[in-house]
Design a protein around this ligand. Structure first.
Ligand code: PGA
Length: 248
């Protein structure tokens, strides 16, 4: 059976104090053979060094594309990596939607993260309007090819993709298994064209968008899905673990 990767995205929820309690609960509940990743706001990233449980991995939600510079209020991969954080989300649709993040920026961010020995989860997905206009594949192709432009095949082992249709995020409207299967299989074709069949076979793709313990099993049953990126349901550690265990 494929190994599931389940990642919680805290978004702009939980203070460092609340996050500490959350991690303590997760530590108590998680099984010895289970692994969970939680991406947290910058203010909680220092907790990364305090986690004694190897089954809990902490990641960032974003980084700036430059290493340093006159970018007031921004945080670089170098800064995050210095805290011992080994993973970051990149290109989440909320970054694209509310902060105007472009495919070129996601590309630069990936390169900066890799340079700092971090792994990345590149998020991509179409809006409802783009889907209605029949542009889903075109959008996914652009996000993936431009996001991964100039990346070497041997660097792909540090990259996971996350298909997150924008219309399914935080809406309670989970994509159908057919939509998820079509989109992720298409992205595998894109990876094959860009790199190789081996790269496409080995590329992990997560699904995100209104996943909860009740619908996770069906989603994880899709052949080209290797796990989930979880927003709302991840705010409760019991639910996040419920999603991880949904397949059993
Ligand atoms: P959701 O968010 O699970 O609340 O839909 C997913 C995400 O934004 O990564």
């Amino acid at each position: 059976m494929k190994e599931l990767m389940v990642v919680g995205n805290m978004k702009m929820y939980k203070t460092a104090t609340e996050m500490k309690t959350y991690l303590t609960t997760l530590h108590k509940l998680i099984g010895a053979d289970e692994k969970i990743t939680v991406c947290v706001p910058y203010t909680s990233l220092h907790l990364c060094k305090k986690i004694t449980n190897p089954n809990i991995v902490m990641g960032a939600e974003n980084i700036h594309e430059e290493e340093e510079g006159k970018f007031t209020g921004e945080i670089s991969a170098k800064m995050v990596a210095d805290l011992g954080v080994e993973l970051t989300l990149i290109g989440h649709s909320e970054r694209r939607q509310y902060f105007g993040e472009t495919n070129l920026q996601t590309n630069k961010k990936i390169k900066s993260a890799l340079k700092n020995k971090m792994r990345v989860i590149l998020c991509f997905g179409e809006t409802r309007a783009q889907r209605m206009a029949g542009k889903t594949n075109e959008i996914l192709q652009a996000q993936v090819t431009e996001g991964l432009a100039g990346i070497y095949e041997n660097e792909l082992k540090s990259i996971v993709l996350a298909y997150e249709p924008v219309w399914a995020i935080g809406t309670g409207e989970v994509a159908s298994t057919k939509d998820v299967s079509d989109a992720t299989a298409f992205v595998k074709e894109v990876i094959q064209k860009m790199f190789s069949k081996k790269a496409a076979d080995e590329m992990k793709i997560l699904y995100g968008g209104s996943v909860d313990p009740s619908n996770a099993k069906a989603i994880f049953g899709v052949k080209t899905v290797d796990g989930g990126l979880i927003g709302g349901a991840a705010l409760d550690p019991q639910k996040l673990l419920g999603i991880l265990r949904a397949r059993n």
